[in-house]
Design a protein around this ligand. Structure first.
Ligand SMILES: [Zn+2]
Length: 512
């Protein structure tokens, strides 16, 4: 499905005609000085006839080189202090797009090495950026035929890269397919089916809950969000449970809750004035976690166990819809007053996290995460960046810092927000009738601490707040808000990014 096939190429002579590759794409800060004489010579000629050479992606006629096509894609501003490895991603995307337009079928990517530590994974990030550039929407692939853009992409490199990159990209493709697809094609049931098909023979344990009685008993907050969707059979909710167990003695255990709101009308607090369009992308958290599990199943890292729950539910509106003021008891036994039905993501996640908390009690070195397109506030606050909000246990062991550090190196930058006492003050139920209030009743984007305080709610409503630093079983917990980073480009219909899949995978598998 929309697969990108990277192949390691060790032979430097592969850049020449007859190697089987049909375009050479050079990504370098200085395309005039790559250290390869043939490229320098052609670049020298090129710049005499076209001022764009060295300033933007250009193609030169290159007799003697692979396919006779030399695409020079300069990495701009790489020396600037403020830049990060995404400058390589930008250049690779421009270069591979040109190769595609030119009609190449087997491009060979050459990424010039830089000693700057910011760019230690520049070749890998450039390759993954090609995957991002080439991904096509699932609906259009299903309508027009699912042909990969290229037969394969060669990576001129000195070490094994392709196996890991192919697995990361396979996970990212799954994540984009699940996140980006319209709400009828990717209903909760279809999302679950798509996962089951994607994990066939993967070795992952997969379980789908669809029984209404079970959902209402075990996921009461999630089921409240989905209450009016039960009336339409094809809109009914699902919970997908996934587990990966690596070989060898388990040294660490990771738990992920993914928000998969299939479509968010806002519910009874309905989104008005055109605010609903694009709300099929409110499942990016569940999609990213699903993709992460796919990558894990392919690369099989040893010594870790990863357990995930995806909450797939449509926040519909109708006569059965849940409304504000209702008090609903969460799976953890916390009585939650509904403050706003459009703050539904935290309700879905709280029940998932409660189930994961129970499993974490017996797990080796547990770390728990919620991943969600949760708030407009995070977009207002940080633009297109992922935000983390962690509890004190996670902070003491540097969990969010590790994710941020990996994300920085891999082109998925993260902003680390801080959980404060003010965040707990915001979830007090003023009436005293319920244990906590789910939300204030205004848009998060105009609410102070609008993306931080939901983490306080999630800790309380899931029972995780009982596992603080002083408790018998402390549990590290990081809430990851990807509302700003799950898609790029157009605000409503932009391309899904699969963020923060790579940063999370590296956090779990690279020992610091
Ligand atoms: Zn909402």
């Amino acid at each position: 499905m929309g697969q990108v096939n990277f192949i390691d190429v060790r032979d430097d002579d592969a850049i020449f005609e007859g190697s089987g590759w049909d375009a050479l794409v050079v990504v370098a800060s200085d395309v005039m000085q790559t250290g390869v004489d043939e490229i320098s010579l052609l670049a020298d000629h090129g710049v005499k006839i076209d001022n764009r050479v060295g300033r933007s992606a250009t193609m030169l006629f290159a007799p003697g080189l692979a396919g006779g096509r030399l695409i020079l894609s300069p990495v701009l501003n790489s020396q600037d202090d403020v830049e990060d490895v995404r400058v390589f991603a930008d250049a690779a995307r421009a270069g591979i797009a040109l190769a595609l337009q030119a009609g190449a079928k087997r491009p060979l990517l050459l990424v010039a090495k830089e000693s700057d530590t910011r760019y230690q994974f520049s070749a890998e990030v450039a390759a993954l950026a090609c995957g991002q550039e080439l991904w096509q929407a699932l609906e259009s692939r299903e309508a027009k035929g699912d042909k990969p853009a290229f037969e394969s992409i060669g990576l001129l490199c000195s070490s094994d890269m392709s196996q890991s990159l192919n697995a990361l990209e396979a996970g990212r493709i799954l994540a984009r397919d699940l996140c980006g697809t319209e709400p009828e094609r990717m209903s909760a049931a279809a999302f679950a089916d798509y996962c089951v098909a994607a994990y066939q023979d993967s070795g992952l344990k997969v379980c789908v809950i669809e029984d209404r009685d079970v959902l209402e008993r075990d996921y009461p907050l999630l089921s409240a969000v989905g209450r009016s969707s039960f009336a339409v059979s094809r809109h009914q909710p699902r919970v997908v449970k996934l587990e990966y167990v690596g070989e060898g003695e388990i040294e660490r255990t990771y738990f992920f809750a993914g928000k998969g709101v299939i479509y968010d009308t806002g519910g009874a607090d309905i989104k008005v004035a055109g605010g609903m369009a694009g709300m099929s992308r409110d499942k990016g958290g569940a999609a990213a976690v699903a993709g992460l599990m796919k990558t894990l199943s392919m690369l099989k890292p040893k010594g870790i166990r990863v357990v995930s729950e995806l909450g797939l539910v449509r926040n519909s509106i109708g006569s059965e819809a849940f409304v504000t003021d209702e008090i609903i008891t969460s799976h953890a036994g916390v009585r939650v007053r509904i403050g706003n039905t459009d703050a539904e993501g935290r309700l879905v996640l709280a029940d998932l996290l409660s189930h994961l908390r129970i499993k974490a009690e017996k797990a080796v070195k547990p770390e728990l995460f919620s991943v969600a397109t949760l708030t407009g506030h995070v977009v207002r606050c940080y633009g297109g960046y992922t935000a983390t909000v962690e509890n004190s246990v996670a902070k003491l062991s540097g969990v969010a810092s590790s994710i941020a550090s990996q994300g920085e190196s891999w082109g998925e930058p993260v902003e680390q927000s801080v959980l404060r006492r003010d965040d707990y003050a915001k979830i007090v139920d003023p009436s005293g009738a319920a244990d906590i209030l789910s939300s204030n009743n205004g848009p998060s984007s105009v609410t102070a601490r609008g993306h931080q305080y939901p983490a306080a709610f999630l800790l309380k409503a899931s029972g995780l707040s009982e596992h603080g630093v002083q408790s018998e079983k402390p549990m590290a917990y990081v809430h990851v808000d990807i509302a700003g980073s799950a898609t790029e480009g157009h605000p409503l219909y932009g391309k899904p990014t699969a963020t923060p899949l790579v940063g999370l995978y590296k956090h779990m598998t690279v020992k610091s």
